[in-house]
Ligand binder design. Structure first.
Ligand code: PMP
Length: 448
């Protein structure tokens, strides 16, 4: 069937462009889980934007904190003035992160945070006489950002292909999938086998050339909320330690409470060498991201002449004031506990949808980072034909019913269409009913 045109597609000519020709309505206002367009239509924000608006929209405490900061100073260049919100936020983040991750560098988004991690790792290697180490092993599929450095460690063929001549693409190993070998091997054994692919790749590349390994502990846009077997996390950390390879956790999507822990690393008791945060960290109130690392990585770089890296807006007082207030709100409302509790309930509801719709092949996630995967055949987990554009079709059908969800078709021969179901961490049981009801209606329409 031809894709149904929504009423939003008719749009006046515009000077603005983003990814495609599809246009969306103008936003009027947002509050909590809901967004209104200028036509007065109300939408439930079922994926928190792109897993960003973790504490909901228009939170009065955050707005007040930002207004108070705005009345004092919105910007001061960090090489001219330090600012108290940045100092305090760094201290709180250091306090919350596992192990020795107590040195914090602020940026304005996820890609910048990932770039910063790569550049810190490399400068640490140079400063400690390990110049031969420069390769950053990544996973296929994965998503780490859109700047050329972050893209070079992103395993997502359609995004990489046009830029190949311009970037030094890094080696990749397959990310664990939800279903490969699922009957043949125990979970633990699968986790170890996938982790051992990292050891094989380090050997193939030459251990002295490998600088770091980067992974999303719970997959985001790349693998659709994929959680690996427990053994994967511990074994990957052991392999990195064995080879002196830095372990970088990209918690841009999984961090700031969404999985039911402040960072997903806590679920497995892992302290990576470097961690990056963004998205839910300032929850859409300001562009903010962070890279955290231990003193043992940062000090040699500072001793060797300084960290050759920076962004004009890094650590600006307004963004940091927003980040601080978001953290306060997460604590005050016990939103991390709520993410864990509602997440369990959401997974149960999605499992019920799987009973109802045979084209749902898998339901997965941790806390409120969850997804459903659409397949042609649940037994073989064969993917739906790309021409069907199933994930985008379901998103449109949900949109028409007032539900906003985020979807992806990730290939690389492994994953198919998936739809992220990731409401803000303030979601109530009644709102989960509402969300899943609208999603069920969209899936029923898709089935017709
Ligand atoms: N890493 C991960 C895991 C992400 O999900 C994203 C964004 N989807 C990024 C990095 C890049 O973040 P940004 O779009 O803020 O640059």
């Amino acid at each position: 069937a031809a894709p149904q045109r929504t009423r939003h597609e008719a749009h006046p000519p515009s000077h603005l462009f983003y990814q495609g020709r599809q246009r969306r309505p103008l936003i009027d206002r947002a509050d909590g889980l809901y967004i209104w367009d200028v036509h007065g239509r109300c939408y439930l924000d079922g994926s928190s934007g792109a897993m960003v608006s973790n504490i909901g929209h228009s939170n009065p405490h955050v707005l007040q904190a930002m207004q108070a900061q705005m009345a004092r100073a919105t910007f001061a260049y960090r090489l001219h003035f330090e600012n108290a919100p940045a100092e305090e936020l760094a201290a709180r983040v250091a306090d919350r992160l596992p192990g020795d991750l107590d040195r914090v560098f602020f940026v304005s988004g996820g890609s910048e945070a990932v770039e910063s991690a790569i550049k810190l790792a490399r400068q640490w290697a140079v400063a400690t006489d390990q110049d031969s180490r420069w390769k950053v092993i990544t996973r296929q599929p994965s998503y780490h950002g859109s700047t050329l450095g972050a893209l070079a460690i992103t395993g997502y063929e359609p995004l990489n292909a046009p830029f190949r001549p311009m970037m030094r693409e890094m080696p990749a190993i397959p990310a664990p999938t939800a279903y490969l070998d699922r009957d043949a091997l125990s979970m633990e054994e699968r986790g170890r086998r996938y982790a051992d692919l990292l050891a094989d790749e380090i050997e193939r590349q030459g251990p002295d050339s490998v600088l770091a390994f980067i992974m999303e502990p719970v997959g985001g846009a790349s693998t659709g909320a994929l959680v690996a077997p427990d053994s994967y996390y511990t074994r990957v950390a052991e392999i990195c330690r064995h080879y002196g390879v830095l372990l970088i956790y990209d918690e841009v999507m999984s961090g700031a409470g969404r999985t039911g822990a402040f960072v997903a690393a806590e679920h497995w008791g892992i302290t990576p060498d470097i961690m990056v945060l963004s998205k839910g960290f300032a929850a859409g109130y300001a562009p903010l991201g962070a890279m955290a690392a231990p003193g043992r990585l940062v000090e040699p770089v500072l001793d060797a002449g300084g960290f050759l890296h920076g962004y004009t807006y890094a650590g600006n007082p307004l963004a940091c004031a927003a980040g601080l207030a978001v953290l306060e709100e997460i604590d005050r409302k016990h939103l991390i506990d709520n993410a864990a509790i509602r997440g369990t309930s959401l997974l149960q509801r999605l499992a019920e949808l799987k009973e109802r719709f045979p084209f749902i092949g898998d339901v997965r996630g941790k806390g409120l980072l969850t997804a459903i995967e659409l397949v042609a055949d649940r037994e073989t987990m064969a993917v739906l034909p790309p021409s069907l554009n199933a994930h985008a079709r379901v998103v449109e059908l949900a949109y028409e019913r007032g539900l906003i969800v985020y979807s992806r078709r990730t290939r690389g021969g492994m994953e198919g269409d998936h739809i992220m179901v990731c409401p803000p961490m303030i979601v109530t049981e009644a709102q989960l009913d509402e969300l899943v009801g609208m999603l069920a209606a969209a899936l029923a329409a898709f089935a017709r």
